[in-house]
Ligand binder design. Structure first.
Ligand code: IFM
Length: 732
């Protein structure tokens, strides 16, 4: 079997005990929907899901989640009366491959049935990137040592659930000889979904067809007689429309299906292929001298690309993309800080959509601020369809699911209200999209500045503004006062808002006047922001150059992490939630994250001092998957190439090797985005400002070449960094 190993994720052995991990890895999608790599014929314990962007429905405790759509993958195969299933019989030969270049998932196998018949099977599927409403799969069957009747049963199964919670109400269904439709609606959010499916069978002999009008599970059946060595192929084409994208989803799905020939594979394949070619031209990264890093990078970019909304500015990308039940499809700061830079610098239209999602959902953030007694907009820690806070307040304890743990992030992890403005500025610097900043960005800045200004508490005794009772990026520490990261970003937001408004006034006085009147912005308010910003407490020790992560951090128990190696569990599991809270151990970079995002706050000495202090105390492998890529970048900045590579590979392996054992819940989207940043800003040494960009490479010793692309102010660049000699720059 030929494949390009640098573009292909390969599973060479069927491993039933890894099936949920493999389902995540073999997720396909097209920015409209994502389907996990579950098997067409099903397997006990599988988590078969298709999620559509924006299709959320209510649940208890966690408020809302992406609703697992009626199953389109299902294809049962009967081989001379015996049901094909990897839960029985024997797998004689097996390979599964995901071609990252085209999004094609292929499974080839030889299966010996319990009764001893041997069959060759091949499955292919893709979600068209060119025609995002269309998904298609194909199964070819060749009896090897027998002749018999082969039967394909292709259903649309409306009885799906989200880990036992059902979201869909049946509305209607139709069946005809070669096509069927299923029309469903989410129970609470009332999103209508129409699916239209067609089964086409190519076979050497006659095909008998039937359709079964089973309630909520309409099924098309085709049967044909095969001699040993003969093959039959079934193609299942499914079209999806929802009431989010069309007023008449059922009509749209039927019309769309009518427009595609039977079989549709070829008609869909070429446009899909060329859409993928175009995608990769904007963002492919080449690493020579390190195949593991190369494939991991392409895999990460693929997973970001299949989750990226291309035509919808009312959705974001959840922490687990569209690839699993984890975090229920909710979006965190993972999107703006970790994933968004990849889009900002390679496909800014996608970044614009993602930022627009926050703009459209400002009302949810205003509601949260009001509810907490603050002004302006307080963005939710976890966000879904409306932008209201959807962090669950309680979840089962990780070690003992009979106990509940209070989750405070939705109440007091407030830095997200600075991360969105920060991402806006990054987008603006890279694109020069002034109109977006005036039309949408400025309002976000005004409302978040209002929030920060009202959330600040005046400490009369110390003569400073403080932020008490927060959680910083390092979530091992809850209810802390004056987290340096939070305080610095509160100040940054307030000062940037003032500068931005000054710029808007000069650039477009009419727009400024309209903004002022619409948002009732008064000069006194701006003066207040400026005063708060100036007096926000920022803990910096001039002697040592150290920044205390939060008040009292240095007094907490110090633990020699290196002495605990090798470990296989997080420090929170080892010490318990309270034990970790009382120690100086970090789940993920906090002051070091600040140094990455606001480098001007650090001189060389303080950068090194803080890096050394906090790196030694960070739970790199088992803490948060968000950390390693940032550590890699900061190691590069300090010229610590070996450390940088070690951190980078930790990120690169997060999903492919299931380091934390939770990849079955979905892709670690932030880690995938961080990997791109580590390549561009770490190893590539790319620095971008409003005035331009520079490159100062720091390649790992064994890398022979690194090539990456980015766009700046409408121009695309290819940076080609050979191991030795000057780097090459091309305007693409
Ligand atoms: O946003 C992150 C957070 O920083 C660490 N815990 C997991 C969240 C979702 O990935």
């Amino acid at each position: 079997m030929t494949f390009d190993p640098l573009w292909t994720i390969v599973e060479e052995r069927f491993q039933r005990d890894h099936q949920n991990h493999a389902e995540t890895i073999f997720t396909i999608g097209n920015g409209y929907l994502g389907t996990r790599g579950a098997l067409e014929e099903g397997l006990p314990g599988d988590r078969r899901t298709t999620f559509l962007h924006g299709v959320f429905d209510d649940i208890p405790v966690s408020f809302t989640e992406l609703a697992n759509a009626p199953d389109w993958l299902e294809l049962y195969i009967l081989l001379d009366g015996e049901r094909f299933s990897l839960a029985a019989g024997e797998v004689l030969d097996y390979t599964r491959q995901l071609d990252l270049r085209s999004g094609l998932l292929t499974r080839k196998l030889i299966w010996k049935s319990p009764q001893g018949r041997t069959t060759r099977l091949e499955f292919n599927r893709f979600a068209s990137l060119a025609d995002p409403h269309a998904v298609v799969l194909r199964a070819s069957v060749t009896p090897m040592d027998y002749a018999g009747l082969v039967e394909f049963r292709a259903g649309l199964n409306g009885e799906t659930d989200n880990e036992n919670f059902k979201h869909w109400q049946w509305l209607n269904q139709t069946t005809a000889s070669d096509r069927l439709t299923l029309n469903s609606r989410t129970r609470a959010s009332q999103v209508e979904l129409a699916q239209a499916a067609r089964l086409t069978i190519l076979a050497p002999a006659d095909v008998q067809r039937e359709s079964w009008d089973v309630h909520n599970h309409p099924t098309l059946v085709g049967r044909t007689q095969l001699q040993a060595g003969q093959s039959a192929t079934a193609e299942k084409l499914v079209i999806f429309y929802t009431s989010r994208d069309n007023r008449e989803p059922l009509t749209a799905a039927n019309t769309h299906l009518d427009q595609l020939p039977a079989p549709a594979w070829d008609a869909l394949w070429e446009p899909n292929r060329s859409a993928w070619d175009k995608e990769w031209q904007t963002c492919d990264v080449i690493i020579e001298g390190d195949d593991e890093a190369q494939i991991a990078v392409r895999f990460s970019l693929f997973q970001l690309l299949v989750a990226a909304p291309r035509k919808d500015e009312h959705v974001s990308i959840g922490a687990k993309t569209l690839s699993g039940f984890g975090y229920r499809g909710h979006a965190f700061w993972d999107t703006e800080v970790f994933m968004l830079p990849f889009f900002t610098y390679t496909q800014p239209e996608i970044a614009r959509n993602l930022l627009s999602y926050r703009f459209h959902n400002l009302e949810g953030a205003r509601k949260k601020a009001r509810g907490n007694g603050f002004n302006g907009a307080q963005f939710p820690w976890e966000s879904a369809a409306t932008g209201e806070e959807v962090t669950p307040s309680w979840v089962p304890h990780f070690a003992d699911r009979s106990k509940m743990v209070r989750i405070w992030t939705g109440d007091i992890e407030i830095h997200i209200s600075a991360m969105i403005p920060f991402a806006l500025c990054q987008y603006w610097a890279a694109t020069g999209d002034d109109a977006f900043m005036i039309d949408r960005g400025a309002e976000i800045f005004i409302e978040t500045a209002r929030f920060w200004s009202s959330r600040a508490e005046w400490n009369k005794q110390a003569g400073r503004y403080e932020f008490r009772d927060v959680i910083g990026p390092d979530e091992y520490h809850e209810h802390v006062d004056n987290n340096a990261f939070t305080n610095a970003f509160a100040r940054w937001t307030l000062q940037s808002a003032i500068r931005l408004l000054d710029w808007v006034e000069k650039k477009d006085s009419a727009a400024y006047a309209a903004l002022k009147s619409r948002l009732d912005l008064k000069p006194a308010e701006l003066r207040q922001w400026s005063q708060v910003a100036e007096l926000i407490y920022f803990p910096y020790d001039k002697e040592t150059g150290l920044i205390e992560q939060f008040e009292g951090y240095f007094a907490r128990r110090d633990i020699d992490l290196a002495a605990l190696e090798p470990r296989t569990e997080s420090m929170q599991v080892i010490l318990g939630i309270e034990g970790a809270n009382l120690a100086q151990i970090l789940k993920q970079p906090d002051v070091v994250m600040l140094a990455y995002m606001l480098p001007a706050l650090f001189d060389e000495r303080s950068l090194r001092a803080n890096y050394d202090y906090y790196t030694a105390r960070t739970d790199h492998t088992y803490g948060s998957s968000l950390g390693p890529s940032i550590q890699a970048i900061m190691s590069c900045k300090l010229g610590l190439q070996e450390d940088a590579y070690e951190h980078f590979m930790r990120a690169a392996r997060a999903d492919l090797r299931d380091v934390r054992g939770n990849a079955g819940d979905g892709i670690h989207g932030a880690s995938a985005g961080g990997i791109w940043q580590a390549l561009a800003f770490g190893f590539g040494g790319l620095t971008v400002t409003t005035d331009g960009w520079t490159v100062k490479p720091h390649l790992p010793k064994h890398w022979k070449r690194l090539v990456f692309r980015f766009t700046w102010r409408g121009k695309s660049y290819v940076i080609d960094l050979p191991e030795k000699g000057p780097f090459r720059l091309e305007e693409a």
